[in-house]
Ligand binder design. Structure first.
Ligand SMILES: Nc1ncnc2c1ncn2[C@@H]1O[C@H](COP(=O)(O)OP(=O)(O)OP(=O)(O)O)[C@@H](O)[C@H]1O
Ligand SMILES: [Mg+2]
Length: 219
């Protein structure tokens, strides 16, 4: 599903160049549940932004679901991102003025689905996540765990090739965090490919495989 070869990424800081990813290879097979584990500043978010087609890099090849991402840019890349990636963030990043259903419908409308089609699919996904009774609520009327489930519904609704989660339990207490992890495990059993970024060993151990990133190198 993901094949990265010799990815190098650096940032210009003042007149110095900071190499954050030092020629790394990453492969994720379809239906794998992988955790990317590393300390603060190790390059996790940098890697996530590249996997998520949100940022450019210096050199190296990246294939996502067979598509050569290193050969794409602009509109094309945006389209790949919208179709292939379901994002889940630490702080949910729901639209506060939208209801649950409006939040979940949105990525489908962006992709050109009709409102009727989008609503049917969104309602199915909301039901799958046990949020049907909350459909008309705004995010501020929900608990953190419920908001993260809405975010998972929004990520999942378009059947992306991968679910990409950056510290998905970071804003939750440990009990609610474990509920989200169990949800990921169930989504994985149902056939989804998941890449989860975390600095927490106890969260990472729930994945099938851990990719460790230290100082921009992978072990
Ligand atoms: N836009 C940028 N410009 C310059 N340096 C950056 C930029 N983004 C990140 N960095 C640097 O790259 C390194 C890796 O940052 P990154 O955000 O990928 O780490 P992280 O592993 O996600 O950390 P955390 O666990 O704290 O979120 C850090 O040294 C950071 O300061
Ligand atoms: Mg980060």
């Amino acid at each position: 599903m993901i094949q990265m070869k010799q990815i190098v990424k650096s940032y210009d800081v003042g007149d110095e160049v900071l190499t954050v990813l030092k020629s790394i290879d990453v492969s994720v097979a379809p239906n794998e549940f992988v955790a990317v584990l590393g300390p603060s500043g190790s390059g996790k978010s940098t890697l996530m932004n590249i996997i998520g087609c949100m940022d450019e890099w210096d050199s190296g090849e990246y294939y996502l679901d067979g598509i050569p991402i290193h050969q794409m840019k602009g509109e094309e890349l945006t389209q790949v991102r919208n179709e292939k990636i379901g994002f889940i963030f630490q702080k949910y990043q729901l639209i506060p003025t939208y209801t649950v259903i409006q939040n979940v419908v949105m990525p489908l409308l962006v992709r050109g689905y009709s409102k009727t089609e989008a609503t049917i699919l969104a309602m199915e996904t909301i039901e799958l996540l046990g949020l049907t009774e909350r459909m008309g609520h705004k995010p501020s009327e929900l608990s953190g765990g419920q908001q993260q489930r809405v975010a998972v519904a929004r990520a999942l609704v378009g059947h992306p090739a991968i679910l990409l989660a950056d510290e998905p339990t970071g804003a939750l207490d440990s009990k609610t965090g474990h509920e989200v992890i169990n949800l990921f495990k169930n989504l994985h059993k149902a056939g989804n490919t998941i890449v989860m970024i975390t600095h927490d060993e106890n969260i990472a151990k729930h994945a099938d495989r851990i990719i460790r990133i230290v100082d921009g190198n992978i072990s």
